[in-house]
Design a binder for this molecule. Structure first.
Ligand SMILES: NC(=O)c1ccc[n+]([C@@H]2O[C@H](COP(=O)([O-])OP(=O)(O)OC[C@H]3O[C@@H](n4cnc5c(N)ncnc54)[C@H](OP(=O)(O)O)[C@@H]3O)[C@@H](O)[C@H]2O)c1
Length: 495
């Protein structure tokens, strides 16, 4: 159903930054152009760079206005204002308060305010505290308008800092005002996992340990750190991909059916299944988790350097650019079904997919070549590129033979619904303006996924002597990753 939010104002902390440039402004402009947000929609961008409203708008035009929609752009840009200020300075918030009140009156945004934290993450707690101390966080009990805050990932650097951030945020805001964004959840295929599971009668009865052998989640990139070595040195694959995106994908695939599509019903089930994932004990880390670092090689037809040669990376760095883990879920549905996940940079392909691997047929009456992989059906959710769903089945080759081949039944979003899918940020920004937090992370699931990752982070950090397995750029990761599955008699899917 199409939905239309009330007029509102968005204050972007980090107005001159990369996220604002590449994602926020283009997404807001597309929403405005397709009339999904009301005409009075207003943006106040805050950062230190010295600019006027006009020079900021000019800079934005070059970021967003690629297709010559000048008139639409001019209308949209009229609602953008720039405030050059340091958000660490308490005086900034007095100025901000005045500017917001002035623009609210001029543009009739009904005192509906949305703060977007697009700054270095270490500054989130400070900004939240300042907003609270200046009376800018609580919704007026007189009902003046709503106040919401979007917090970009990462939500903390580890479990302790995530708890600290959550503590500050929940001291200043009500949980219902807080939208922790994970752009993976805005992708069509990710949302479609729920529709697929809970709007089709044929899958749910087989969605369990009786029929499913294992689940594989791959989120591989065929690019390296792309000049962001300094940032990546503070992150690594576990923090950058597993704690947030991959844990959310596991939750959507494995959760129980919620009673309805109310935000808290969905989020209750996600949180419950995250709490059912078995914690990996420190002594199990070496057998259940693999890390790796890319060396030299070729990706996308180009020769590339190894991670340790990247600018901003310490020559002795032990930061992982690849991680593969086996998780298990201790509940009735998933007992003994392994969830294998892998993610890495500079790998053979850039692919994100969830593969549900069904059990083999109990007895095959047809002959097949060893290793032909026909005995188990695979249902794959392709999240990127080429969003869609594939079911692998066995089919008979034409002719006087019973020879078989695996074939795919394929659903592609692009060919079924047309080439333009709304971007993840468009979807999530609109949801937030509409007050729908279903696709945002709640405090409990953030902490649950950190508590699963923390023992692995701690064990890897404590081990400063075992060499980090290296993998050639353009490959599927270190051999240890294959061994993780081979030990269980399984192998990664060929992608
Ligand atoms: N970039 C992405 O694609 C992406 C994707 C997902 C999540 N994120 C997250 O989004 C956040 C922002 O990332 P980014 O890549 O956009 O970072 P960035 O390019 O470094 O931008 C940081 C912004 O914060 C402003 N800033 C820094 N200190 C300030 C201060 N004291 N007062 C006022 N403004 C200040 C900077 O502007 P001035 O220097 O002009 O002050 C700049 O606008 C990060 O938490 C990141 O993890 C980014």
């Amino acid at each position: 159903m199409s939905r239309s939010p009330e007029p509102s104002m968005m204050v972007i902390f980090g107005g001159s930054g990369d996220l604002t440039r590449r994602k926020l402004i283009p997404s807001l402009f597309r929403l405005s152009r397709s009339r999904m947000i009301p005409a009075g929609f207003t943006i106040i961008a805050v950062s230190r760079s010295r600019m006027t409203d006009d020079s900021y708008r000019e800079m934005l035009r070059s970021w967003a206005d690629k297709d010559g929609q000048n008139e639409t752009w001019n209308n949209f840009a009229q609602g953008i204002f720039y405030m050059s200020a340091d958000y660490r300075d308490p005086a900034t918030y007095e100025r901000l308060k005045e500017l917001m009140s002035k623009k609210e009156a001029e543009r009739r945004t009904g005192a509906n305010r949305l703060y977007y934290l697009a700054t270095p993450p270490a500054d989130y707690p400070d900004i939240v505290r300042h907003l609270g101390e200046n009376g800018l966080s609580r919704e007026d009990s007189g009902g003046a308008g709503w106040i919401r805050i979007i917090i970009e990932k990462p939500f903390g650097y580890d479990l302790a800092s995530a708890r600290e951030l959550n503590h500050e945020v929940s001291f200043r805001f009500e949980e219902r005002q807080v939208y922790r964004i994970d752009h993976y959840l805005g992708k069509e295929t990710v949302q479609n996992i729920l529709v697929f599971r809970f709007a089709n009668g044929i899958f749910e009865p087989i969605w369990n340990r009786q029929f499913i052998d294992s689940i594989q989640i791959t989120a591989s990139e065929n690019i390296g750190v792309e000049g962001r070595g300094t940032y990546y040195e503070q992150a690594g694959a576990l923090r950058d991909m597993v704690q947030n995106h991959i844990m959310q994908l596991i939750a959507l695939v494995a959760m129980e059916p919620p009673p309805d599509f109310h935000p808290d019903s969905v989020r209750d089930e996600k949180s419950k299944v995250l709490r059912s994932i078995r914690r990996i004990a420190p002594e199990e880390v070496s057998s259940l988790a693999v890390r790796g670092q890319y060396g030299r090689g070729f990706t996308r037809g180009k020769e590339v350097v190894g991670y340790l040669e990247e600018p901003g990376v310490a020559p002795e760095s032990r930061v992982e650019t690849f991680a593969a883990i086996r998780f298990n879920i201790d509940n009735w549905r998933w007992a003994d079904v392994p969830f294998y996940i892998r993610t890495g940079k500079n790998m053979a392909k850039g692919v994100t997919e969830i593969a549900i691997i069904f059990r083999e047929t109990p007895h095959l009456i047809f002959r097949q070549e060893p290793g032909a992989g026909i005995r188990s059906n695979v249902l794959a959710f392709r999240i990127q590129p080429d969003e869609g769903i594939t079911l692998r089945i066995a089919a008979k080759l034409p002719g006087q033979t019973t020879e078989m081949r695996p074939v795919n039944m394929d659903f592609r979003y692009g060919s079924t619904f047309g080439p333009h899918l709304a971007g993840a940020y468009e979807r999530l920004l609109l949801d937030c303006m509409l007050g729908d937090p279903t696709l945002f992370n709640r405090i409990d699931s953030v902490e649950a996924s950190w508590s699963l990752i923390q023992p692995i982070l701690d064990t890897w950090k404590a081990d400063q002597s075992t060499p980090i397995p290296q993998y050639e750029s353009g490959s599927w990761g270190p051999t240890e990753s294959d061994q993780l599955l081979a030990r269980d008699g399984r192998a990664w899917r060929l992608l």
